[in-house]
Every structure is written in structure tokens, then in C-alpha cells.
Design a protein around this ligand. Sequence first.
Ligand code: NAP
Length: 307
Amino acid sequence: MRNVIILGSGCAGNTAAIYTARAGLNPLVIIGHEPGGQLSLTTEVENFPGFPDGINGPDLVMNMQKQAERFGAEYIYGSVGEADLSQRPFRLNIDGEWQECRTLIIASGASARWLGLPNEQKLIGHGVSSCATCDGAFYRDRKVMVIGGGDSAMEEATFLTRFGREVTLVHRREEFRASKIMLDRARANPKVKFLLNTVVDDVYDVSRNLVTGVKLRDLKSGRAWDQEVDGFFLAIGHVPNTKPFVGQIDLDPDGYILTKGGARTNITGVFHAGDVQDRVYRQAITAAGAGCMAAIEAERFLEAEGH
Ligand code: NAP
């Protein structure tokens, strides 16, 4: 029986682990299917306070894990397949083995959607990115491309014009899911060029370990062509990692956990932290803050219950 199980090893999970471990609660952290979370997919992190020269994303999360382990947090590889939150202790099936806990902190994050191009995964962190806020500054005076037709794509395209020489927004349809105000803002920006009814068939160049261009296809004419780009940004949505909790925890229509204030979910003793609930800010520092909140709430809950 664990006092606390934390799902996820990104900024939110690691920060919850540091706090609960320091409080003497011996948390168990389930690393999940993306060890280190989304930061492990980035290169340099320049906006996490405390690192004036920036820090490598994977190093930052690894440092957090080491810090939590120093205070007794235990990390195990695995993902939750099944969960029973109908009664306490809560029960979680982790790769076939059931674990029990008094409190649960869900920090399982949201995973960026990818296009599934042959070379896409190989170039993540080398020109392929799912986060303009994280990586945009590396593309000063370069040509970048954004894929998507929602608010994120408009926001990222507009944001990238601060750095990039030219931003091409590629969308598979003519109609946009984006709100009018965000779309108008992107359209009004002379640096943003729109390519509609267009899809990407691949991204190059794995042999140079660097993005140099993409293969595009016009869906109406069928014409295919190569275009040079230095940065390739996906903004085709995220998927929150809440599958084992469907039907147990209150989720919004897209699967994000609905907060009941602070870090609370609708189930007493189950707390949320980070991108699994936050679809707005989605930053390393906000996830870390949310992990801290969840830890403090779990600690107070256990204390009130006499543990
Ligand atoms: P979204 O609204 O779901 O839009 C995803 C976009 O990606 C759609 O245009 C979709 O095309 C496209 N897409 C999905 N799969 C694709 C594929 N395989 N190939 C090509 N294109 C693909 O996601 P989002 O933009 O991340 O927004 C998510 C939520 O956050 C929304 O509620 C949004 O309003 C909100 N948000 C708000 C703000 C803001 O207000 N500042 C900023 C960002 C996000 P189709 O349209 O053809 O399906």
C-alpha cells in the first residue's frame, strides 16, 4: 500500500514527487510511455526560471527525477492499463501488476498528435517540433512551416513570425477550425503564407539529422512538390492521456480532466497535475507548479485522514 502514486514523469509528476518525497510519503512514480514527458522531446529550454544559459530539456527532467530520488521517491517503468477508483485504496494495474494507493496524482500529460510521416519521429528535436513556444526562438530569420487549421496553428504561426523570415501555414482543408479572431490575426500578418487543401507527405533530411524541406501535395490537383524549410511545427492537437480513467473521473469532451478547484478531481484523494488537465498554458513551469499543488493537496488529505 502506497501513500501516493504519481502517474507520469514529466515536469508535473517529477515536481509532485519532489514535494511528496520530501514530506516523507515515499511516492511511487510510474514513468509512463513517454519518459520525461514532452520536455524529453525538446532540445534547449530557455524559459524555465533559474537557468540563465538555458538547459537541455531531457537534462532538466532528469535533474528533477534525481532530486526526487534523493528524498526517497521510487520510479518504475510502466504504464497504467486499468484503474479502479471506485473505492479506497485505489487500484492500478501497471503492466499486469496491481498496485494500491491512498492518494493518486495523475500527471500523465497530453501527447502531441503527429502526422505519422515516415521521417517525422527521427527528426523530432532536429527541426520537427510540436511546440512553437518552446522551439520558435531557434528559427531566427529562417523559413518555418506550421501544420494545422485550429487555434493552436494560428497562434503558433503568428508567434513564429517574431523569429522566422517566412512562416507557411499548411492546412488540409479550406475551412478552419480556428476562431475568427485568431484566424484574422494570422491572415493580417504579412509574414504568414497560407497553403490550403494541402498535405505533407514527408519531411527531410534524416541523413543530415536536420530538417531541410518537406514534400507537399495539393489535394485538389494532386500535384506534389518539395519545399525548403528549416523548421517544421505540428499544431494538429494534443491527446490527453486519460484512457484508463474514462467513466471514472470527470473528463471534458476531449478527454481532459475537469478540475474541481486546486488540484482536485471529482474523486476525493485523486489529484491532477499538468497537461492532463491544462489545455491552455501547457508550459514546463506551469506543469511544475501544478505538480507542487497536487503534492500539497495529497499531503494535507493524508494528514487529515490520519496517515
Ligand atoms: P484543434 O482545434 O483540434 O485543431 C487541430 C487542427 O489540426 C485542425 O485544423 C485539424 O484539421 C488539423 N489536423 C488534425 N489532424 C490532422 C492530420 N492528421 N493532418 C492534417 N491536419 C490535421 O486543436 P488545437 O488547435 O490544438 O486546439 C485545441 C483546443 O485548444 C481548441 O479548443 C482551441 O480553441 C484551444 N486553443 C485556444 C487558444 C487560444 O484561444 N489562445 C490557443 C490554442 C488552442 P481539420 O480542421 O481538417 O480537422
